[in-house]
Design a protein around this ligand. Structure first.
Ligand code: HEC
Length: 126
C-alpha cells in the first residue's frame, strides 16, 4: 500500500512535470480561497465526511476509496486515480468527466483556480 501510494505520487509529479505550465504552477495560498467553494461539502480532515468525502490525502488515492463515505457507483467504478491531471479534468467538468457521479458542483472554469486548489489539496490544507 505504501509502495503503491509512493508510485502514485511519483506518477502525479511526473505528469505535472510533463504537462508543464498548465498544471505546474498552482499556488496553495490562493487555492485556500478557491477551496471555500468546496467547504460546504468537503473537509481536509481525515475521516471527516460531509455531503462529500474528506479530501485529506486525495491526491494519489484511487477514486471512490475515502474511508466511510458512500460513493456513487459511477465514482467507485470509475477506475481513476486522483493526481493533478485527473483532478484538473474532473473539476473542469465534473459531470462530463465522471458521468453519473453525484457531486452537485458545476466545476471551476478557470484553469488557474483549478491549479491553485489542486496545490492546496496537495499541501494537505496547511
Ligand atoms: C455540493 C457539494 C459539493 C461541492 C460544492 C464540491 N463537491 Fe466534490 N464531491 C461531492 C460529492 C457528493 C462527491 C462524491 C461523488 C460520488 O460519489 O459520485 C465529491 C467528490 C469529489 C472528489 C473525488 C473524491 C474521492 O474520494 O474520490 C474530489 C477530488 C472532489 N470532490 C473535489 C472537489 C473540489 C476541489 C471542490 C471545490 C472546487 C468540490 N469537490 C466541490 C460534493 C461536492
Amino acid at each position: 500500500m505504501v509502495r503503491y501510494l509512493f508510485s502514485a505520487v511519483a506518477a502525479a509529479g511526473l505528469l505535472t512535470a510533463i504537462s508543464g505550465a498548465a498544471l505546474a504552477d498552482g499556488d496553495a495560498e490562493a487555492g485556500k480561497k478557491v477551496f471555500n467553494k468546496c467547504k460546504i461539502c468537503h473537509t481536509l480532515e481525515a475521516g471527516v465526511n460531509k455531503v462529500g468525502p474528506s479530501l485529506a490525502g486525495v491526491v494519489g488515492r484511487p477514486a471512490g476509496t475515502g474511508e466511510g463515505f458512500k460513493y456513487s457507483e459511477a465514482m467507485a467504478g470509475s477506475g481513476l486515480t486522483w493526481d493533478a491531471a485527473t483532478i484538473d479534468q474532473y473539476l473542469a467538468d465534473p459531470k462530463g468527466f465522471v458521468p453519473g457521479n453525484k457531486m452537485a458542483f458545476v466545476g471551476l472554469k478557470k484553469e488557474e483556480d483549478r491549479a491553485n486548489v489542486i496545490a492546496y489539496l496537495q499541501s494537505g490544507g496547511q
